[in-house]
Ligand binder design. Structure first.
Ligand SMILES: [Zn+2]
Length: 309
C-alpha cells in the first residue's frame, strides 16, 4: 500500500531469506485513491524487482463485509464494482470478497464470466453456511485465511468453515500458532488434505524486530511474534514461510512432503503457473533448507537470490 517501486523492491529482496521465491502483492481496504495508487505501482513495477518474483495482485478488500473487517479499515469497504479494478485485471490473480453483501452476487457472476482465470476467494465475510455454498456455485473457488475474519464453526451454524469442509474448494490458513490453535491446523489438514495452502499473511514487520508499524493506515504493535491493533484485533502476521512449514510438521500430522506441497505445487496449480515442481518446462525456483527449516539458499528462476552466510 506504500505504492512506491522502493517498497515493492524491499518486499521482493527480503522474502528470499524466508524461502519465498514468488508471491502475490496483496492490497488491502483503504481509500479508492490509495488502492488505485498501489495497483498502478504494481502494474508498472512488478517485473522490475530483483528478488522474489511478483506473480500478480491479490486484492484483499475493499469488497468485503464491514462486520468482518479484521485489520482492514471498515470505512473504506465498497460494494463489488468492476470499474474500480478494470484497468488492472491483467495483473489481478485473486480477489478476496464477501459474497453475501448486497450486489456482490452479480459482481461474482460477472467476474466469473469475464475473468474465469481470476481466483475468487471467500473471506472477510459474514456469510452463513448456505450463502457460502451458494457462492461456490457462482464461481468462488477458494477461502482466505480460514477461520480468521469470518463466521465461526458452530455446531448449529457451520458457517464458512463448515461449507469449506464439505466442498472441494481450496483454502489457505495462517499457521503461526497465533491466528489458529494447533488442533485447528490439524483438523483443517485432515478435512482439506491437498486442498490446503499455507500462507504467512505477513505484514510489513515480517523479518523486522518488535515495535510499532503501519498497516493500511492503522497503527500496529508487534511483540512476541504477534501483530495487533490497539484494541487487540490481529493485524496480519509476522510469520515467515519457513516457520509455517516448521509449525505444520511439528504441531500436526502433516508430513514434510505434504507441507512442501502446500506451499509449492498446490498454490502453483491453483494459480495455473508452471512452478512448484522440479521438471522440464517449469521455472527453476528452488529452496534448500536444513532439518531445522533454516534456509540455506533460495533460487529464483535459476539465480541464487539468498545464501546463508
Ligand atoms: Zn485478511
Amino acid at each position: 500500500m506504500d505504492a512506491t517501486p522502493e517498497a515493492l523492491e524491499m518486499i521482493s529482496s527480503t522474502l528470499p531469506q524466508t524461502g519465498t521465491t514468488s508471491f502475490l502483492a496483496t492490497t488491502m481496504t483503504m481509500s479508492t485513491q490509495s488502492i488505485d495508487n498501489a495497483l498502478h505501482n504494481i502494474q508498472d513495477h512488478a517485473t522490475k524487482v530483483s528478488g522474489a518474483e511478483i506473480l500478480g495482485i491479490h486484492l484483499e478488500g475493499p469488497f468485503i463485509n464491514p462486520s468482518k473487517h479484521g485489520a482492514q479499515d471498515a470505512q473504506y469497504v465498497e460494494k463489488g464494482n468492476i470499474s474500480l479494478i478494470e484497468p488492472y485485471m491483467n495483473k489481478i490473480k485473486m480477489i478476496t470478497l464477501a459474497p453475501e453483501v448486497e450486489g456482490n452476487e452479480d459482481f461474482v457472476k460477472q467476474l466469473t464470466l469475464d475473468y474465469p482465470d481470476v481466483i475468487l476467494s471467500l473471506g472477510h465475510s459474514d456469510a452463513n453456511y448456505e450463502q457460502s455454498k451458494e457462492s461456490f456455485k457462482w464461481g468462488v473457488s477458494h477461502v482466505t485465511h480460514l477461520f480468521n475474519a469470518m463466521t465461526p464453526y458452530h455446531h448449529r451454524a457451520p458457517g464458512i468453515v463448515g461449507a469449506t469442509f464439505d466442498s472441494n474448494v481450496t483454502c489457505d490458513i495462517i499457521p503461526d500458532l497465533v491466528h489458529t490453535h494447533p488442533t485447528i491446523l490439524e483438523l483443517t489438514y485432515r478435512m482439506k488434505e491437498d486442498k490446503l495452502i499455507l500462507i504467512t499473511d505477513a505484514m510489513r514487520a515480517g523479518c523486522m524486530k518488535s515495535g510499532v508499524y503501519d498497516l493500511g493506515g492503522q497503527e500496529v504493535t508487534v511483540s512476541e511474534g504477534k501483530a495487533s491493533l490497539a484494541d487487540g484485533t490481529l493485524a496480519g502476521s509476522v510469520l515467515k514461510m519457513n516457520e509455517a512449514l516448521r509449525n505444520m510438521t511439528q504441531y500436526t500430522s502433516m508430513t514434510l512432503l505434504d507441507a512442501v506441497n502446500a506451499v509449492t505445487r498446490i498454490p502453483a496449480e491453483k494459480l495455473g503457473i508452471k512452478k512448484g515442481a522440479l521438471k522440464a518446462g517449469y521455472d527453476a525456483d528452488i529452496v534448500i533448507f536444513d532439518e531445522d527449516f533454516s534456509i540455506i539458499s533460495t533460487i529464483v528462476a535459476g539465480e541464487v537470490k539468498y545464501k546463508r552466510g
